[in-house]
Structure formats: C-alpha cells, structure tokens
Ligand binder design. Structure first.
Ligand code: BG6
Length: 348
C-alpha cells in the first residue's frame, strides 16, 4: 500500500511507477487516496448510477457549471518541511480534487468492477483540456496566507512564520483552477476547483449549478430574478446532499425564497464520519482495488497540472502573502469566475 505523495511531478511519478512495476504486478499495488474511502465520496457513484432521475440532467444541457471546494481552517501544523516543498496544488489537486472531479464527471461504468470503474475515471482525466503554458495565468490562481484571525481558531500566524517554512517562501497554500472537459457530456461547461489552508471554515463540497429557468414568467410581481437550482454534495464537516430550489413565500402577492431539500447521513444512518482510511485498508486486505489509484490515473493527474507546476516554478509569485488567514483566498480567485460572469458559492 503506497500513500501519497506519489512523486512530485509527472516524471518522478513515472519513474516511481516503473520502479515499483519491476517488482510487483499492478494488481498487487494499492495507491491510497483517503478521499476515496469517504462514504459521501463513494455515494456519488450510488447517487448518480442507482437513481434514474439525475442522470438525464447530468450534462451540458442542464448544468451551467460545477464548483469543487476543499477549504481547511488548519495551517500546515507540524508538516512545514514536507508542505513547503509541495504546496497546495501538488498536495491536494491531482489526488483528492481530481478524485471528486472524476466521480462527478465520469460516464457510467459497465460494472462496479475495479477496472470498469477505474477505466471511466481515467477517461475523464484524459479528457481534461490541456492547460497550455500561455493559459496558466488565466486558468490558475495561487495564494499564500498571511497572519489573520479565524473564528473557530482565533488569531493565527502567517505561513512564512510557520515552523520549518522559509521567511521568503514562495509556496502556495491556496489554489483555484478552471478546467474544461473535452467530451460530449461536458463540452463548454467549466469545472472550478479551489482548495486552501487557513480559510474561514472547513468545507469540502461539490456544488452542481443548474442552468436558470429559460425566462421569468412572473410579470408584474417582485420576482425579477430567478436564482439557479443547485445540488450540493457535502463531504465535510457534515455529510449530506441537498437540492436548492425556489419556493413561494406564503402570503399575499408573489415573493420567492430559496429553500433546500436536505439529506444528512447522520439523520438516516446515524453514522459517524470516518477518515476514509478504515474502509480502504479493509478493501486492500480483501484484494479489492476499486477504490485505489491505478498507475495510469496517477500519471494522468500529474500530466494535467504539469504545465501549471512548470510556469509557477519559473515565475516567482508577486505579492505573497496575498490573503489573510480567515478569508476566502486572494481576489484573483474571485476574478477567475467573475470573468465568466459567475461567483464562488458562499459556503455558509
Ligand atoms: C492530505 C493533505 O492528503 O489531506 C493535507 O496532505 C490535508 O494537507 C488533508 O489537510 C485533508 O484531508 P481531509 O480528510 O481532512 O479533508
């Protein structure tokens, strides 16, 4: 069983795969990504493929865009030595965020067998539109936290003051990306990804934003603007799925409010969230590799972010630290969506 980081770029991941491949067969290797052991993450497959009502609208005709957020309140704790050589992009994106992205975007597999599922996930990573080096500045944002205050933690120091981090470190603790998937289901539908440390709240969620109703039917009423429907898959802190839609506010006249239909794991199953590792270690002992990373997926993940690593490695970031601890990241991340006429979801 091999835990991430699996290499630190595409070349080193290839070398590592080749070296391990000389002594073990692929079916003997379990590359662990603890996100795949989380119940809500696995539930994405059940939600999409065990229910008939969602799949017909799960495409570019009904979905406007998708946002994936992994926000943490923690800083780098005692891991400065590792983290300062890694950064948010390497630490979180080709592994955890791409797992979430592929489960949301993949085609239905032929079966629930390890290779059938992993083949479809790999196809999504292959379909991500390559981010050319010249596009990196428009498609990727990096940030580093300075000192600040987080409601549930109190005042905290900046990243450069953390143990084992250099006083002029250029490592990013926040990243946001805009990715496009070049296939028939998703052409022209952006997937916005963001992850950062020392954010105001711990939130891991996938927000599917649907297209608006085609026009506002309610003439001569206070309803001029129809907020889009949203499906929210929450992975942390609580595990839940909710669907947001508009409803009439009771009373004379026509006023509209946003309401949510909620399913919380704890209410139905009374389960307490586990870290993910428990399930995965159990599966490995049973020889079930469905929830483990195959060599090709690891390399595909790295190949998507390699141009960003190259450009960022070559250009020293300007203005670091560029967000205060306890805020939602640098303003460039808001710009990334504003340029498309969109905004990040406010994670309440
Ligand atoms: C790890 C990263 O893989 O995932 C950490 O190295 C990060 O930096 C952690 O904090 C997040 O995992 P979870 O389960 O707390 O969302």
């Amino acid at each position: 069983i091999i835990e991430k980081p699996f290499g630190r770029d595409l070349d080193s991941a290839r070398e590592l795969n080749a070296a391990i491949g000389e002594v073990l067969g692929e079916d003997q290797i379990y590359r662990i990504d603890h996100y795949l052991g989380k119940e809500t993450v696995q539930n994405i497959l059940v939600f999409r493929f065990a229910n008939g009502i969602f799949e017909p609208i799960w495409n570019r005709f009904y979905i406007d865009h998708v946002q994936i957020t992994v926000a943490e309140t923690v800083g780098v704790e005692t891991r400065g030595r590792y983290y300062d050589r890694a950064g948010a992009l390497r630490d979180m994106v080709p592994n955890h965020l791409f797992q979430l992205l592929s489960l949301v975007a993949m085609e239905p597999p032929n079966s629930f067998g390890a290779d059938a599922v992993r083949d479809e996930k790999a196809k999504i990573l292959q379909a991500i539109q390559p981010v050319g080096q010249e596009q990196v500045l428009h498609r990727a944002v990096r940030g580093q936290y300075g000192p600040g205050e987080i409601e549930e933690v109190g005042p905290v120091r900046g990243y450069r003051e953390e143990p084992e981090v250099g006083p002029d470190s250029a490592t990013e603790t926040y990243t946001a990306l805009k990715l496009m998937i070049d296939n028939w289901r998703w052409a022209d539908i952006p997937f916005y990804l963001r992850t950062g440390k020392r954010m105001p709240r711990r939130v891991t969620e996938i927000a599917i934003q649907f297209k608006r109703a085609p026009y506002v039917l309610f003439r001569d009423t206070p309803v001029h603007h129809l907020p889009p429907n949203q499906l929210l898959i929450r992975i942390a802190p609580e595990e839940s799925i909710s669907l947001r839609f508009g409803a009439k506010v009771p009373g004379p006249g026509l006023r509209m409010g946003n309401v949510e239909m909620d399913f919380a794991y704890a209410d139905y199953f009374g389960s307490s969230p586990a870290t993910g590792y428990e399930t995965l270690l159990y599966d490995a002992m049973n020889g079930d590799a469905t929830l483990f990373q195959r060599a090709d997926s690891v390399e595909l993940g790295w190949s998507v972010i390699q141009p960003i690593l190259d450009v960022w490695g070559a250009l020293t970031p300007r203005g670091f630290p560029n967000y205060a601890a306890g805020t939602w990241g640098p303003w460039e991340a808001d710009e990334l969506l504003a340029r498309d006429g969109r905004a990040w979801r406010k994670c309440e």
